[in-house]
Design a protein around this ligand. Structure first.
Ligand SMILES: Nc1ncnc2c1ncn2[C@@H]1O[C@H](COP(=O)(O)OP(=O)(O)O)[C@@H](O)[C@H]1O
Ligand SMILES: [Mg+2]
Length: 353
């Protein structure tokens, strides 16, 4: 089988002058280009779109403007229905706007948090009506996240509980209105959203967050992280929680098979064929909270949890590798990306046009 030709398109490659800087993959993960090089008997990067057998759209969603999306879309147009496109820019809003993600999931009967969203640029937008709606929503769920629909939590997500006053809600809404105004000229789908907070079922207050990476109808990796913080990312995991982290991942390795079809359905409902999907498990059933097409966070650069957690995993690899092979498969970045690129090659062989 001949190697497949892959063309990367994003803000920094494939369009404009940067198309000549092929090394400049947008959101390149450490060892990703090594992985591509090692997979060269299966897949190779090409400079010209017309030589491509597969196109991978890679953009950092939170920095991608409407104009850049249009430019990418225009270049993809002649290739749609002819060759596979990974994460076509046409479905950008499906994963980028959490309100749209949740609506699609709801339409497909896929479990996700309830939400309400507000477009501050609509003629009918009314600040005090919005505050009232948020208060009602809060009364219903007890705990609610208030944020923009298209930013990472690091840039401002507010956790509301029943103690919050109307004045405080109003102040947060004002801040979010300003963020919407700032983004609107370049990212016109920006909205304010209130999202049901999925509370922990655990009596000790642990929150376990699951993540699976999907590539063209397959799960290529998965892991669980745990914390006692309401809003957390993998990097926040502390050494006190190591035992639980190991147990959770051991159980996940046994259970992933039974979750597989639900996870794949949640990705395909968004029409995304590559990305990381995040979910909680409530009574062993997934509740999906996010789809990230270009994962590139702490876990893909440094590993799991704080330095002590990762050191422990490194030191005890021999004993732990059998128990949590998913964690070590992920941490071997060059191999991981080699396998990812080889899998792209394999998947496109079975795609017919
Ligand atoms: N609906 C929700 N219920 C409970 N916790 C949530 C919910 N949405 C987000 N979180 C928490 O906030 C964190 C960040 O939110 P997320 O939507 O994944 O944004 P990002 O990863 O882009 O910062 C999650 O890791 C999780 O801890
Ligand atoms: Mg997340």
């Amino acid at each position: 089988m001949n190697p497949a030709n892959i063309f990367f398109i994003g803000r920094k490659q494939g369009i404009g002058l940067r198309r000549f800087r092929l090394s400049h993959l947008e959101n390149r993960r450490p060892a990703e280009s090594d992985g591509l090089r090692s997979a060269s008997s299966s897949i190779r990067q090409v400079r010209l779109l017309r030589n491509a057998d597969v196109i991978w759209v890679r953009v950092r969603p939170e920095f991608t403007t409407d104009k850049e999306r249009q430019k990418i879309g225009k270049r993809l147009r002649p290739f749609r229905d002819r060759i596979p496109i990974i994460n076509d820019i046409a479905v950008f809003n499906n994963y980028d706007c959490k309100d749209i993600t949740f609506s699609i999931w709801k339409e497909h009967g896929i479990a996700c948090p309830d939400f309400i969203s507000f477009d501050i640029f609509q003629d009918t937008y009314n600040n005090s009506y919005v505050v009232e709606q948020i208060q009602n929503f809060l009364q219903k769920y007890g705990k609610v996240l208030l944020r923009t629909n298209n930013e990472t939590a690091a840039n401002g997500v507010y956790l509301l509980n029943n103690n919050i006053t109307e004045k405080e809600i109003n102040a947060i809404v004002k801040t979010l209105e300003n963020r919407c105004k700032m983004f609107f000229p370049t990212r016109s789908s920006t909205r304010i959203i209130a999202v049901e907070f999925i509370s922990s079922q655990d009596e000790d207050g642990y929150i376990d967050l699951y993540r699976a990476h999907i590539l063209m109808g397959q799960i290529i990796s998965y892991y669980a992280v745990t914390s006692k913080q309401d809003i957390f990312h993998n990097v926040d995991m502390k050494e006190q929680w190591l035992k639980r982290f190991i147990n959770l991942n051991e159980i996940l390795c046994d259970n992933i098979h039974s979750l597989k079809s639900q996870i794949l359905r949640a990705a395909s409902a968004l029409e995304c064929n590559l990305g990381a999907i995040e979910f909680f498990l409530v009574d062993n059933k997934p509740i999906f909270i996010e789809f990230n097409p270009m994962w590139g966070g702490h876990a893909s650069t440094f590993g799991f949890g704080n330095t002590k957690v990762q050191n422990y995993l490194d030191t005890n690899i021999k004993e732990l590798k059998k128990r949590i092979p998913n964690i070590y498969a992920w941490l071997n970045y060059p191999n991981y990306y080699k396998a990812l690129f080889e899998q792209i090659h394999k998947s496109i062989q079975s795609t017919t046009y």
